[in-house]
Design a protein around this ligand. Sequence first.
Ligand SMILES: [Zn+2]
Length: 350
Amino acid sequence: MPEKPGSLCLLKLHIKARHPVDLNDSETIYMQAIEKESCSNPCNVCESTDITVLANHSRSGKPLRTVICNRCGLVWTDPLPHNPRSFYEDDYRVAYKGTFTPKPKHILRAGKVALNRRKILGKRLEKPLKILDVGTGGGEFAYLLQSLGHDVQGIEPNKGYADYSKQEYGLNIQVGFIQDIQQPDASFDLITIWHVLEHTENPYKVLTKLHSLLKPQGVLVVEVPTIEATCQSPKSTFHEAHIFNFNLDTLRKLGEKAGFTEVDYKLSQDGANITMFFQKIAQASNDRPLTIPGNADKIKAIVKGHTAFSHYLTAWPYQRFFTRMSRMLQERFETANFERGKKLLDSLYS
Ligand SMILES: [Zn+2]
């Protein structure tokens, strides 16, 4: 375990000033033990507690401790910034979107995202499937799948959104967390989980649950933001809602640990998101190492190199600004005659 000479040195100087004697070997070892950073939960991928602190503040400037596992490169918030259960049942939509039911502009935006997801899934949607969409949100993607002729189920912790999508689109949605779903094992051909895994308190347990819900050879599609993205402002890298931050290697490894094999992946055009396609295999292989040599150093270098200075030298912030402005105007135009979510999506999906 490599020590950090700078901080250890400071501690030694402090001790020496108060106790003007040389530290002997046992005292040095004791000081090293104090200096080593600790975490309240072991790494979700490789179970190690060997971590380095990556950041101490969130994008809102509030204290938020983000750590990286030195053995595999998984990044997470430690300790947990909130109770994930109550946060997602009630607070999340309000904190992020200021509403308990989707506004027209959110329905339109999510409808366009749903069309893009359909494109990503491509030929996999050609024959009728039994599909579970985890974290259904306002139901826009589940409704698109249903209109394509698939047998769709959803699960969504936010009651306001779940109720809306049931009433508006006639969807089959359970209110709750995926860990608590009432469903027999081996029920689905395909499970999709878009931008949910990073919000959960234990992604490994979630993937294990999805493994049991899939039929043999069933396919799981996971989309998460990648910690390697540099299109956003560096200040926005860490925030309270994302408990876990993955890159390709840690997501792949977590899938393998839960009994999947990766068959394909796609990176979004701006490099912000990973969509990974997993296939269920008979049994999780416990004999493979869970550590990922070199991955933590690679991620640390990317995060440290992603400074405000380097970011504002790229085209991303300006492009983002103009994209947002034109999207706002477009949305205002497209939702001007809004009557109902269903009508809006029907015209978008037709
Ligand atoms: Zn790890």
